[in-house]
Design a protein. Structure first.
Length: 226
């Protein structure tokens, strides 16, 4: 499938503006799990693959799963191994599964590729009062019950943590583009109106030099495959 021009632009906004905002989360998880040479990591909904690049920089062998063809194409431009659907269980299962706000179905589809005892990291937004990304009609961030998701999947709890991930942008325009690329506001009936309301909601976070600064807390849960 060839990505549409609009999908390609949104994917590039994700890769060039937004994706780096989650680096503190990825690094905290990799530090906790001591990701390094010999580890095999599977990134679910990996986007343009920055999390895979960071894991590869530590010596791990990282593979991504990304259904969106535009983001998958960008990840492959980075010479990453990214597939459209979770790989079938093979002779070499993965040691770690990294998933940001997965649906129960997506998580269930990826778990067979992870070895017994392997780590499953579920990540998502922290408490609403600790996140400043705006909620407007049509969308916004919402905390997912990661512990319940892990329990429903039959995983064994193995700890959790919180990470400070500030979103910083050069100006309101880049902030709007970056936030729209997350898909958080895809439920808006009128995308143009949602874009306008989002820009207005960002003004309180605009600094004197025009930059936008949005402090946020993210949470992750580590669980093990039984």
């Amino acid at each position: 499938m060839t990505p549409t021009p609009t999908a390609t632009l949104v994917a590039r906004d994700w890769a060039e503006i937004q994706e780096r905002m989650l680096v503190p989360l990825y690094e905290a998880v990799y530090d906790r799990l001591e990701i390094g040479p010999g580890d095999r990591l599977l990134g679910l909904d990996c986007g343009a693959g920055l999390a895979l690049l960071l894991a590869g920089g530590r010596g791990a062998c990282a593979t991504g799963v990304e259904a969106d063809p535009a983001r998958r194409a960008l990840a492959r431009e980075r010479l990453l191994e990214v597939v459209a659907a979770p790989p079938v269980p093979g002779a070499r299962p993965y040691d770690v599964l990294l998933a940001f706000e997965p649906t129960p179905a997506a998580l269930a589809g990826a778990l067979p590729a992870v070895r017994r005892g392997g780590a499953v990291v579920l990540a998502g937004w922290g408490p609403p009062e600790r996140c400043t990304v705006p909620v407007v009609p049509g969308g916004g961030p919402a905390a997912l019950d990661l512990d319940a998701l892990a329990a429903r999947a039959g995983l064994v709890p193995d700890g959790s943590g919180r990470v400070f991930c500030p979103f910083g942008y050069a100006d309101v325009d880049s902030a709007v583009r970056g936030l729209l690329s997350t898909g958080l506001y895809g439920g808006a009936a009128d995308p143009g109106q949602a874009e306008k309301e989002l820009a207005e909601a960002l003004h309180p976070y605009e600094r004197t030099d025009g930059a936008v600064w949005l402090p946020n807390i993210f949470r992750y849960v580590v669980a093990r495959v039984a």
